[in-house]
Every structure is written in C-alpha cells, then in structure tokens.
Design a protein around this ligand. Structure first.
Ligand SMILES: *[C@@H]1O[C@H](CO)[C@@H](O)[C@H](O)[C@H]1NC(C)=O
Ligand SMILES: *[C@@H]1O[C@H](CO)[C@@H](O)[C@H](O)[C@H]1NC(C)=O
Ligand SMILES: *[C@@H]1O[C@H](CO)[C@@H](O)[C@H](O)[C@H]1NC(C)=O
Ligand SMILES: *[C@@H]1O[C@H](CO)[C@@H](O)[C@H](O)[C@H]1NC(C)=O
Ligand SMILES: *[C@@H]1O[C@H](CO)[C@@H](O)[C@H](O)[C@H]1NC(C)=O
Ligand SMILES: *[C@@H]1O[C@H](CO)[C@@H](O)[C@H](O)[C@H]1NC(C)=O
Ligand SMILES: *[C@@H]1O[C@H](CO)[C@@H](O)[C@H](O)[C@H]1NC(C)=O
Ligand SMILES: *[C@@H]1O[C@H](CO)[C@@H](O)[C@H](O)[C@H]1NC(C)=O
Ligand SMILES: *[C@@H]1O[C@H](CO)[C@@H](O)[C@H](O)[C@H]1NC(C)=O
Ligand SMILES: *[C@@H]1O[C@H](CO)[C@@H](O)[C@H](O)[C@H]1NC(C)=O
Ligand SMILES: *[C@@H]1O[C@H](CO)[C@@H](O)[C@H](O)[C@H]1NC(C)=O
Ligand SMILES: CC(=O)N[C@H]1CO[C@H](CO)[C@@H](O)[C@@H]1O
Length: 368
C-alpha cells in the first residue's frame, strides 16, 4: 500500500483510489494481490502502441463532479463518443447528464447510510424508476474494505450485509441487476467479500461484480481470473483501473493492452477507466489522465472515446480553475451508527492552499 497525494486541484479523486500492493510496472511477474492457487496466467504479449484505436460498447465513464472546469463535462458525451453508461458514486444522476437518455446512469450505494433506518438511497432509486428513468443496474459499496484515507467506505461486512438486505436486495424485485460491493484489488478484498457473503446468510444476491485494479497488465489478468474462480459465471465490470504513476509510453501500452484484453474477455461486460480528469489534478500520476491541463483529450482520452491519438501530452502544469469554488469550511458528515472502524468527529482534509476548496468539494461529494 502506498501513500497517495490527496486532493490536488480540489478534485475528490482520493475518494476513488484503490488500495494496491502490486507493483506498478510491467516487469513484475507475481502480483502481490494474486492468489496463486487459482491462476497460471501469463501476460498477453504486448503490442506496439498504435495511433489508431477502436470503439467499444463496453466503455463507460467514471464521472467525477468537476466544479472547477464545467466545460469538461461535455467532452465525454460529444458526438462520436462510444461511452454508453456512467456512474458518479451517487444514488442519482449528475445534472450535467440528467436529460441525456442515451447515456445510461448506474446508481451506487457508496457507503453506509447515516443510520440503519436511513432509507434515502432505496427511496431515491425507487422514485427514479417509478418516474421512468432507465435504471437497469445498481452498484453496491465503494471499496468497503478500504479506509477513508484511500477513499474506501470502510464498512464491516456484517454491517454491510444489513444495509444490503434493507436497501439493495429489494431493488431486484423491480427488475434491477445488482453489482457486488466493489472491493479493492488487495487480498483483503476477497476476505471482505467472503465475510460479507457469510454475514448475508443467503440474503444478498449480486448479478455482476465490480472490480478495481491499479497496477500492471499481468496483475489485472491474474486478478480477473481469481475473481472468476471465486465467483464463476458472474459478469465482471471493471469499474476503476489504470497503471498508476508510470511513464507515458508504459501507461499507454498498458491502456491499449488492457482494453483489448477486456474487450476480448467474455466475462467482462462493462469497464470504466480511471482517468476522466485533467492531468495536473491526478492523484495517480499525470500520465493516466484523459485530459491535459487545459482540457484537451490526450491520446488515451481520445482512444477511450473511440478516436485516434491526438498527440496531446499530459503535463503537470497547474491551470487556474475556470470557476473558483468558494473556499473555507471543514468537511463533516454524520457517522453511521452501525459502521465500525471509522474514527469519529469532523474530518480535517489535506492541508495546503487547496484545503478549503478540497473540503468544500468533499462535502458536496460525500453529502449529495
Ligand atoms: C518494477 O517493479 C519491481 C518490483 O516491485 C521493482 O523492483 C522494479 O524496480 C520496478 N522497475 C521499474 C522500472 O520501476
Ligand atoms: C453496460 O452497462 C449497461 C448498464 O448501464 C448495460 O445496459 C449494457 O448492456 C452494458 N454494456 C455491455 C456491452 O454489456
Ligand atoms: C455526428 O457525427 C456524425 C458522423 O460523423 C454526423 O453524421 C452527424 O451529423 C453529427 N451530428 C452532430 C449533431 O453533429
Ligand atoms: C428504526 O426503525 C425501527 C422500526 O420502525 C424502530 O423500532 C427503531 O426505533 C428505529 N431506530 C432508530 C434509531 O430510529
Ligand atoms: C434524489 O436525491 C436528489 C438529491 O437529494 C434529489 O435532487 C432528487 O430529486 C432525488 N430524486 C428523486 C427521484 O427523488
Ligand atoms: C436503457 O438503456 C439501455 C442501455 O443504453 C438501452 O439498451 C435500452 O434500450 C434503454 N431502455 C430504455 C427504455 O430507454
Ligand atoms: C473476515 O473474517 C475473518 C474471520 O472472522 C477475520 O479474521 C478477518 O479479519 C475478516 N476479514 C475482513 C477483511 O473482514
Ligand atoms: C471466465 O469465467 C470462467 C468462470 O465463470 C472462467 O472459467 C474463465 O477462465 C474466465 N475467463 C477468463 C478469460 O478469465
Ligand atoms: C518507454 O520508453 C523508454 C525510454 O525511451 C524505453 O526504454 C522503454 O522500452 C519504452 N517502453 C515501452 C513500453 O514502450
Ligand atoms: C483512425 O485512423 C484510422 C486509420 O488512419 C482511420 O481509418 C479511422 O477512420 C480513424 N478514426 C477516426 C475516428 O478518426
Ligand atoms: C506536480 O506538481 C506538484 C506541484 O505543483 C508536485 O507536488 C507533484 O509531485 C507533481 N506531480 C508529478 C507527477 O510530477
Ligand atoms: C492542441 C490543442 O488542441 N490545444 C488546445 C487545448 O485547449 C486550449 C484551451 O481550450 C486551446 O486553447 C488549445 O488550442
């Protein structure tokens, strides 16, 4: 597990970061997160990075609320974009895309509700369906085996089972397919899911399994094979993945090889790449970014949308926000009584010049 930069540029990207103990380069042969008993995968031989790429209906958007550069929101739904669905870690769609019926929204119960009796999530999702929203899939907790320090929702499996039975399971009666809790790519993820399933005692059903991976191609391949062995026949959605903190050519090679692998893998029905932000705001290295510092699509960004290389190089150049969000305040939110391990009290976010802005974004992110 590594320490990550927090909240640079005010983006709440920390909330999305997976715990990774695998090495972040393509030379490692035994991912630390892989269980050796179930896999004997060798990485598919890497191909040269190609300028022309291709589109895929499996691709979706991780939408990160972006108060500083609102014009960027149009990039992902521009004419020709192959992105068909998105999630935003929330129960309800982002206003930016609320009217876009071609861009399917997938709600998520991000973490523990404010109390066991707080049914805001299921009430809201049910109301959306009743009002005619095209909701066919709903995802469970985001990195419940991870702590808040890395953006995990930090829920005990036994608590999560109670929340699931109350607010997720009933949605299946409305014809909605449920995504399992999206655990981190670390070994603890498998343990957490097994404990969750035990605690559910047959009361929790998932139709697909969201997966997070930060690391190299072989690690991704082994991890997906491990998940397939543990949960055979369950559709896999790779809802966060990237080779973080690597050189640009290595990052691009990973992107193309990983995306080809996911498209060819019949177990994988959907995937969303971690990178829909400007390079200088990234907390996982500038080279993963789909936008440069000014909001132009990088090669990876264009490839992901179904286009060809743009030749735009991501940089670490800091750009002044187009919209300055007022600063000040400390992020707080009500701690759920059933949740464990979460330290109590108001949260102090990252210090530094962006702390106020970051705190505000974090409040919006966590409360809305
Ligand atoms: C790749 O990862 C291995 C194992 O963590 C490490 O020993 C090596 O230094 C890394 N190589 C590069 C080029 O980063
Ligand atoms: C991706 O997810 C959506 C749900 O939002 C689903 O309708 C769609 O069929 C999936 N894409 C593929 C290629 O399976
Ligand atoms: C979108 O792109 C297609 C093909 O390039 C073109 O035929 C169509 O007119 C475009 N639509 C808009 C609204 O720009
Ligand atoms: C939760 O709801 C149950 C059933 O309505 C009720 O008995 C209980 O007092 C409520 N708990 C809280 C903390 O409000
Ligand atoms: C869901 O919650 C959001 C935020 O509170 C609210 O704006 C929206 O109207 C709710 N949707 C429904 C259908 O109740
Ligand atoms: C819902 O979205 C899916 C995926 O985009 C699409 O296949 C389906 O036709 C949509 N259904 C309705 C009723 O709009
Ligand atoms: C899973 O349960 C086992 C047995 O109670 C416990 O030792 C372990 O810490 C739990 N792991 C997680 C990630 O919840
Ligand atoms: C897909 O899942 C099945 C189990 O359902 C597994 O046997 C198979 O190896 C998986 N394929 C890949 C490419 O991981
Ligand atoms: C990336 O560039 C470095 C330096 O030019 C080179 O040594 C390395 O082989 C390249 N890696 C890939 C994957 O192209
Ligand atoms: C990408 O480049 C290829 C080869 O030059 C070309 O055939 C294709 O039309 C291009 N795609 C787009 C979306 O421009
Ligand atoms: C980008 O610049 C910031 C200072 O503005 C620095 O803290 C950070 O380490 C740099 N990131 C990279 C990946 O070079
Ligand atoms: C090469 C390129 O397209 N650069 C553009 C990046 O975005 C800025 C701001 O929108 C434009 O001014 C550049 O022309």
């Amino acid at each position: 597990m590594r320490i990550h930069k927090w909240l640079r540029g005010g983006l709440p990207t920390l909330c999305l970061m997976s715990l990774v103990s695998a090495a972040s380069n393509s030379t490692q042969t035994t991912p630390a997160t892989s269980t050796t008993s179930t896999t004997a995968t060798t990485a598919t031989s890497s191909t040269d990075i190609t300028s022309a790429f291709y589109s895929s209906p499996k691709r979706g958007l991780i939408f990160i609320p972006n108060a500083n550069f609102p014009d960027d929101n149009a990039v992902w739904v521009q004419n020709g974009s192959d992105l068909t669905w998105y999630y935003n870690y929330k129960a309800y769609p982002s206003t930016e895309y609320a009217e876009d019926t071609a861009f399917q929204f997938v709600p998520m119960l991000w973490g523990a509700p404010s109390s066991f009796n707080d049914t805001t999530f299921i009430d809201n999702v049910t109301a959306q369906i009743v009002h005619g929203s095209n909701i066919t899939h709903v995802m469970g907790f985001n990195e419940p085996d991870g702590t808040s320090a890395t953006g995990g929702s930090d829920i005990a499996p036994s608590d999560a089972a109670l929340y699931w039975i109350k607010q997720m399971e009933p949605l299946r009666k409305l014809g909605v397919l449920l995504g399992a809790p999206a655990v981190t790519g670390a070994l603890s993820g498998f343990q957490w899911l097994a404990n969750f399933t035990d605690a559910c005692d047959g009361g929790c059903t998932f139709d697909f399994i969201p997966i997070h991976w930060y690391g190299n191609l072989l690690g991704l391949q082994n991890h997906l094979a491990d998940v397939a062995a543990a949960y055979p026949g369950v559709d896999q959605w790779i809802t966060e993945f990237a080779l973080d903190d690597a050189a640009l050519n290595t990052t691009q090679e990973f992107f193309q090889d990983a995306v080809r692998f996911l498209d060819e893998n019949d177990n994988v029905t959907n995937y969303s790449y971690f990178g829909s932000f400007r390079s200088f705001t990234s907390n996982v290295g500038i080279n993963v970014a789909m936008l440069d510092s000014w909001g132009n699509l990088t090669d990876i960004g264009s490839w992901y949308l179904g286009g060809n290389a743009t030749g735009i190089i991501p940089t670490n150049t800091s750009v002044t926000p187009a919209v300055v969000v007022p600063t000040g305040g400390t992020a707080t939110y009500t701690l759920p009584p059933l949740a464990t391990k979460v330290s109590a009290g108001p949260r102090q976010w990252a210090a530094g010049r962006e702390a106020g802005l970051a705190a505000l974004v974090a409040v919006v992110f966590l409360l809305l």
